[in-house]
Write a protein that binds this ligand. Sequence first.
Ligand code: FRU
Length: 714
Amino acid sequence: MDKIGCGWILLAAMAASLPAAGAERADILVADFEAADYGDWTATGEAFGPGPARGTLPHQMPVTGYLGEGLVNSYYNGDGATGTLTSPAFTIQRRCISFLIGGGKYPGEACMNLLVDGAVARTATGPNDRPGGSEQLRWHHWDVNELAGREAVIEILDRRTGGWGHINVDHIIQGDEPFAAEKQIELTARHRYLNLPVKNGAPLRRMRLLRGDETLREFDIELADGEPDFWVFIDLAPFAGQSLILWADGIPKNSKALDNVRQQDAIIGADTLYRERYRPQFHFSSRRGWNNDPNGLVYHAGEYHLFYQHNPYGWKWGNMHWGHAVSPDLVHWHELPIALYPHTFGDWCYSGSAVVDAANTAGFKTSGEDVIVAAYTSTGRGESIAYSTDRGRTFTDYAGNPVVRHTGRDPKVIWYAPGKHWVMAVYDERGDSKGVAFYTSPDLKAWAFSSRIEGYYECPEIFQLPVDGDPAEARWVLYAADGEYAIGAFDGRTFTPESGKHPFNRGNCFYASQTFSNIPAADGRRIQIAWGRTGHPDMPFNQMMNFPVALSLHTTGEGIRMFALPVAEIESLRGTAHSFEHLALQPGDPNPLAAVSGELFDIDMTFRPGPTGQVRLVARGLPIVYDAAAQTLACGDCAAPLKPEDGAIRLRVLVDRLSVEIFANNGRIYMPMRAVLDEANRSLELAATGAPATTGAPATVDAIAVYELRSAWR
Ligand code: FRU
């Protein structure tokens, strides 16, 4: 319990066992690095720059955890630079020297030393000696009781070049106790939730929920000391009635952070849940914390399962778990308890997929219930599987994990029916070569490498689709996180492209999409959900999922292309409809949609542009513009080529609080856009601009239907 990751040891118990100090003595600040220069400290070499850094330096991962504005950061001019930074001599007058430290873990090379009589009496490093890691500074302290009264010098060294060849230090202070230390509170789980206060930007604390010596949960959290920005929660249901310990490290001496933790039957903020000001109203977002990629999309026993990359404890990416929600209709989602917890701290559950093992190939079946098998990246182990015999409510990690070891992540598993075997398409990284590797398996446990294709980055997806609805004419589609896809053939082992990669999404709010497995044959759709990269800093959650789309392949003048349209289930949210037909649009005409007012819309319109000029649909202040001469559709910073078909452009637009999803010409163009729409603006506007159409026909609107949408959150 005293061993914190990265070899740091911080013992609160030790402070308690020190001889009593008599009257409490005030801390003595050695250095806080808040000035513009290093003052009476001496810098040599380049690495420490002309003075303390103001946080993160160019090309550095975000540096966090320092106090105030300035810190020592030897990443000046990158990892290649070296140097030293030495304090003036000072007298050791207290029992501890506490400090914040981060960066490289290279004793003697990237480190901080306490020199007494010119010899190293104490030393410390940051936590990183391999790619990845974090630029977070954490509290550390040296017990210097035996050195009391001696003259000392602090020397910060950066003699290391290459990855993590730098060291970060801040706030060096002498005190009779560690400046910050482990703290814990004991509790009995009497209510469903343990609510924890979060302040965005507060230093990250490591927290654990313990039962005796057993770590039940462990995570990093920006724990609020004072007024929180919002509350997150630990679900105590699995531990009901048990005696638990909530432990945290790096808690400053006078902090009240742990006292503010609240055990309740509801999550704090439940009264306004899903009605928060910037909560998407028909897109899934998690109750609390962060989401990124959709994971494990699978339909089973009447439910669509949406698992997702989730930080349950903060607004930002981190602590990767698999969150979980289910829906009967892809529109109304019900968030369930977390599905996959990290195996150990730092061994995160990264992205992956899920299948229903109907033939029980893995032998995990224990009852009449078919088993869901999730394949995910365990960052500390490799590609792993977990299975659920209770419709996704709980998962058991397979004892033989990992099932595939390589350098990569994000396994997408499919059943290859002709060969009667499983296929794993997985992002495979070999130095600069980024691609998708294919493995095959009879039972989801034993996997054999088959082939590899170059040129794809993260989150691969592969499936077969009929062309123009004709099952006799089918193609395979392969894409990765950006959605750019190749069309080709797949024999269960090797993908052979025949065209592509073609751009898929034309917006700024799409990444790491995935499609559902196990959709009933009678439905037959290929339904995709993408991570919707939009959020708002004032909310207790961050990011969302794009609205589910059905994918299809169509023959176009340019070849076979993949189209996307929102699933028809959205119609269940439609309320009042406003329909217009045969409108001539001339520049300067009054807005035909002036009477429409609302917040959430589904708009379907077909218009015929004139030879020049623009047709503008302005959705609550956000212009969506078709330029007739350029034949482009544009919104915000995004644009896509779009030619009229049979003289017409068809637009489908979904408007929510944080996004506008645009589909053109039956899904040929898919442009999901992030947009924080002005709450006060409830208008729609339709206009033609440019030269009045004296030479050609005016733009005409064949038909426009505007549906006001209800919130999916009732
Ligand atoms: C894509 C991604 C995946 C990874 C996950 C981690 O957004 O980087 O490659 O598994 O996010 O959260």
